[in-house]
Design a protein around this ligand. Structure first.
Ligand SMILES: [Zn+2]
Length: 451
């Protein structure tokens, strides 16, 4: 039996932050007590450090490896670990699960994902399947997928691969009946598509029009519609990457009615604003072409309020490993053709700690709730997310006093830019353990998740 002690740090849980030693036995937390006996144990001195649960990043779009990119899945999970993330949930790429005859199966997609990622992740990881309108019969496979350890799925209300309303409501109902949950991208195409067409017809091709054609009301309208559907079929609902106050209000109302509606926001919506779209340099603007787009300063403040009040449950990175030199190619195409997404897998904890905790917008106990305890609870990871006896020893030793500047050159992700270039931040991960071991000592495990 291997025994380790993290000694003398400030251990943070959603309920308390206290000086205590964390004893680890065979990869699990055995005890959290002050003055643990040290004989025979490998002791790590955490004096002056925070000991926080490893972050569970519930929203990423990792890409599978191929001959051209033989290490990218591994490299992004290693980057996640450097930033303090010990579990990552990722969506499978559109295009997986296609058989030779062209049929598209979710179960086949899962099998392919597991085969191609086996032994390739530096941290523990799980899959959230993407349901799309071009699959053969996505609803029929949901019960089997849930039974195979994939109980959460993402569906889109916008884009050409969206689910129709009837299918979306059906997916919510079936997921709920079998112990699963839909994660929904809420933007209303009936508002967005005419705005995009109008802008293009008027010759407004610049990247900044990506934002002006996706207004907050498009997100709020779709959010309300998804909430209404979930209520009709009595299903839980998880709203991904909520970005604005109008959509936040819809979630607050649903929660006040006691409905199981959960919402996630992302570090960029808590940090950056639409002012960045005014940059005359297209190469800067395309870095922020994401959906939903960045919003106003008052939306940013509203989101911090929602995080404090419990209207927002989770902060996830929405990491997309896009690169300027490939996916987002310059010169920029018309805004409607620019790849949506930006990297964030390595900076999730760093941003939330610095802009949230060090800047006194949220407390450290709330941080561990929205980055670890809540994603564990909402995504069927009962063995993770808290520093307490019996849980996996996924731990971050965090120096709250460190000061550093976020720059692309200092990061390890596969993208060739960071949306936070030049941002001065407080705090840094000193050591990260996955099930009690240093990252890199053993590959992460695929997590079959259950509620
Ligand atoms: Zn996403």
């Amino acid at each position: 039996m291997t025994r380790r002690i993290i000694a003398g740090g400030t251990v943070v849980t959603p309920d308390a932050a206290m000086l205590a030693d964390v004893t680890i036995e065979d990869g699990r937390i055995a005890a959290v007590v002050p003055g643990a006996a040290r004989h025979g144990a490998d002791a790590i001195d955490a004096t002056g450090l925070l000991v926080i649960p490893g972050v569970i990043d519930a929203h990423t779009h990792l890409r599978l490896e191929d001959d051209e990119h033989p290490r990218r899945f591994h490299q992004d999970t290693l980057a996640a670990a450097r930033g303090g993330t010990t579990t990552v949930l990722t969506f499978n790429n559109p295009g997986t699960g296609i058989s030779d005859d062209g049929s598209r199966s979710l179960l086949r997609g899962l099998k392919e994902f597991r085969a191609r990622t086996e032994g390739r992740s530096a941290i523990d990881y799980g899959l959230c399947a993407v349901l799309s309108g071009d699959q053969d019969d996505p609803l029929a496979e949901l019960p089997a997928l849930i039974a195979a350890g994939v109980p959460t799925f993402k569906a889109f209300m916008v884009y050409d691969f969206r689910l129709g309303d009837e299918q979306l409501e059906g997916a919510m109902r079936i997921a709920s009946q079998h112990g699963g949950m839909l994660q929904v991208h809420c933007e209303d195409p009936q508002i967005i598509e005419p705005l995009v067409a109008e802008a293009l017809a008027a010759g407004q091709h610049a990247s900044r029009h990506h934002a002006s054609t996706r207004p907050p009301r498009a997100e709020a309208a779709a959010t309300r519609k998804a909430i209404e559907m979930a209520r009709r079929v009595n299903a839980p609902l998880y709203i991904v990457h909520l970005s604005c106050e109008e959509a936040l209000d819809a979630v607050a109302e649903a929660k006040s009615r006691g409905e199981p509606v959960y919402a996630e926001t992302c570090p960029h919506y808590l940090t950056l604003t639409e002012a960045l779209y005014a940059d005359p340099d297209e190469s800067e603007v395309i870095k922020r072409v994401i959906s939903p787009p960045l919003r106003s300063p008052s939306d940013v403040e509203a989101l911090w309020g929602g995080l404090r009040d419990g209207i927002l449950d989770v902060v996830g990175s929405d990491h997309v490993p896009d690169r300027i030199d490939t996916e987002k190619s310059l010169p920029a195409p018309p805004f409607s053709q620019i790849s949506n997404g930006a990297p964030g897998i390595e900076t999730l904890l760093g941003i939330l700690y610095s802009v949230g905790v060090a800047s006194r917008r949220i407390g450290i106990r709330r941080l561990v709730e929205v980055l670890a305890a809540n994603p564990a609870r909402l995504f069927g990871l009962a063995g993770k997310g808290r520093i307490e006896a019996g849980k996996d020893a996924d731990l971050v030793l965090w120096d709250p006093d460190a000061r550093r500047t976020l720059t692309q050159t200092a990061l390890h992700h596969t993208s060739d830019f960071t949306p936070y270039e030049g941002l001065e931040v407080r705090g840094e991960a000193i050591q990260v353990l996955v099930r009690g071991r240093e990252v890199g000592d053993a590959p992460g495990r695929f997590l079959e998740r259950r509620f």
